[in-house]
Design a protein around this ligand. Structure first.
Ligand code: ARG
Length: 471
């Protein structure tokens, strides 16, 4: 708000935030462009975990004394409590989370704090912290995806026999079931979990001890720190250890792919909740009203899941672009690896929570779905298949005959089952009464028993299998 005692010019100068800040000179500009503490403080737990493992190893091999290690351990525990309580004095002048914590440690415990950085560098430290952070994020996201899958499976079991239109080109294609449709997303999400698990497996090597880039002359034990931090072992090349972020790019791809799956589902929720479709209803929990149009129920949560997917894809592109021009090994460009990673993990977590919530909340409109399932001559393929089976017609000919029957029904304004047998025989004289058995939606879905097909019995079995697998 404008200060009444100041002139307009003074106010506008004060309000031009950036001008004011940069006016302090090169020192302020450098501090701001160089600092990552504004975002990398999110890795404080990982940084402390890494330092504890490093200090324990230094003491174990005799590089620091047991007393120093005990002091470091105590000091880091106090710092953790301080950060947790929101009382840590984060400083932009100290650049990043690594130097903030180390400086604070020395402030608290003196000399011993200054020995912690022996045989390591911020380059291997940051590579370690990001790996640990991504690994933790993967574990959290994996549990969340499993939760969404369980929600989908429960609804699929409930609606194994609920018929609905299956679409291609968003045109009515063949009848399917609501349960089958939901289980399609279960398959996609299952692969997303697989991708995250692959990423976790590949990233699970410890870069700690690569030091600045070439390793160290101190007799450190990298196997010991790797083991203490839950890694499968230490990385094998020190240059690669500090220069590589492909694990982060892989993570971002896995997140972007999962977000894309959620986005497609979100798009369907937007379509399904549109009153012209009327396939599902969402409660007020996941919709908003309009400030001016009282009748409206906007599926905002679904729209935002779809909307956030753009930035998730952007995060992947951003990471790859950061890496593509970098010679070995570390450049400060790599400081830009963190925000996309944090953003992806946080937004995917939110999108999963929203989709899981909507899956549990949504009420499929069973009658409307059934009505829609029968519209648009959706059993035309069943008719063609019948001609092949009963009249031994080649499929191409059957397709042609069915096309003529659909045209006839369209002319008369009836569905296929609304044509008389005489009308059908005018197109193909060998058609008999038996054809009516395959023209209903129920018969259509029931017949699709091929492996992975939409038959309600299949769907119920698949839902039961998934339920067991996810238990
Ligand atoms: N904040 C830095 C980063 O995120 C830590 C590594 C700094 N290393 C260096 N050589 N300047 O990348």
């Amino acid at each position: 708000m404008a200060d009444e005692n100041k002139t307009n010019a003074q106010n506008s100068q004060q309000n031009s935030l950036w001008g004011g800040r940069y006016a302090e000179g090169p020192g302020a500009i450098m501090r701001e462009i160089n600092a990552s503490i504004g975002f990398d403080r999110k890795m404080w737990r990982q940084d402390i975990r890494g330092s504890l493992a490093h200090a324990a190893m230094l003491a174990h091999v005799g590089i620091i004394s047991a007393e120093d290690e005990a002091a470091i351990r105590k000091g880091l525990a106090e710092i953790a409590a301080e950060i947790d309580a929101g009382q840590f004095p984060f400083s932009e002048a100290l650049e990043d989370i690594h130097m903030n914590i180390e400086a604070r440690l020395t402030e608290r415990i003196g000399e011993a704090g200054k020995r912690l950085h022996t045989g390591r560098s911020r380059n291997d430290q940051v590579a370690l912290d990001v790996r640990l952070w991504v690994r933790d994020a993967i574990d959290g996201l994996d549990a969340q995806i499993a939760d969404v899958m369980r929600a989908l499976v429960a609804r699929a079991a409930e609606h194994a026999g609920t018929v609905m239109p299956g679409f291609t080109h968003l045109q009515p294609a063949q009848p399917t079931t609501f349960g089958h449709h939901l289980l399609a997303y279960v398959e996609m999400l299952s692969r997303d979990r697989g991708r995250l698990a692959d990423c976790r497996r590949r990233l699970n090597e410890s870069p700690l001890g690569a030091a600045a880039l070439c390793g160290t002359g101190f007799p450190i034990d990298r196997h010991m720190t790797a083991k203490a931090l839950g890694f499968d072992g230490p990385t094998r090349n020190s240059l690669d250890s500090v220069a590589s972020r492909d694990f982060a790019a892989e993570f971002l791809f896995a997140c972007a792919m999962c977000a894309t799956h959620l986005s497609r589902f979100a798009e369907e929720i937007v379509i399904w909740t549109n009153p012209y479709f009327g396939f599902v209803k969402l409660t007020d929990a996941f919709t908003t009203g309009s400030s001016i149009m009282p009748q409206k129920r906007n599926p905002d949560a679904a729209e935002l899941v779809r909307g956030k997917t753009g930035r998730m894809i952007g995060n992947l592109v951003s990471m790859l672009t950061t890496l593509k021009g970098l010679a070995l090994t570390y450049f400060k460009d790599m400081q830009e690896d963190k925000e996309p990673v944090f953003d992806a993990a946080e937004n995917l977590a939110l999108a999963l929570a929203a989709i899981g919530g909507m899956v549990r909340d949504m009420a499929p409109q069973v009658d409307r779905l059934a009505e829609a399932a029968g519209a648009g001559f959706s059993t035309a393929t069943d008719l063609a298949d019948w001609l092949v089976r009963e009249l031994k017609m080649p499929f191409r000919d059957a397709h042609h005959v069915t096309g003529r029957l659909v045209a006839r029904a369209e002319e008369r304004g009836v569905d296929l089952a609304g044509l008389t047998i005489a009308e059908m025989q005018a197109v193909e004289p060998r058609i008999h009464q038996g054809v009516f058995d395959v023209l209903s939606v129920a018969a259509s879905v029931r017949s699709r028993t091929s492996h992975g097909g939409t038959a309600p019995a299949n769907v119920a079995r698949m839902a039961a299998e998934w339920k067991e697998r996810l238990a």
